[in-house]
Write a protein that binds this ligand. Structure first.
Ligand code: SF4
Ligand code: SF4
Length: 61
């Protein structure tokens, strides 16, 4: 199985959990409270893909 890529650095994931930590409080794991986001009436997020129950999941190469 191919190793997962780190979302922050140019390396394979080493499970350091740095990407899970709060941007405002380095001692807190992010709980998606949204305080770091400047959310107005709407927000835009980028998603990689949508998987429905009708599709067969693609196998990683
Ligand atoms: S756990 Fe660490 S190495 Fe893995 S994606 Fe997050 S920051 Fe990168
Ligand atoms: S959503 Fe909340 S917990 Fe997560 S990084 Fe932003 S402020 Fe921190």
């Amino acid at each position: 199985m191919e190793p997962q890529k780190c979302v922050l650095y140019d390396r394979d994931c080493i499970g350091c959990m740095e990407c899970e930590m709060c941007d405002l409080d380095p001692n807190k794991v992010c709980d998606n409270c949204g305080k770091c986001l400047d959310i107005k009436d709407y927000a835009v997020i980028k998603i990689d893909k949508i998987v429905t129950g009708r599709q067969k999941p693609k196998k990683n190469k």
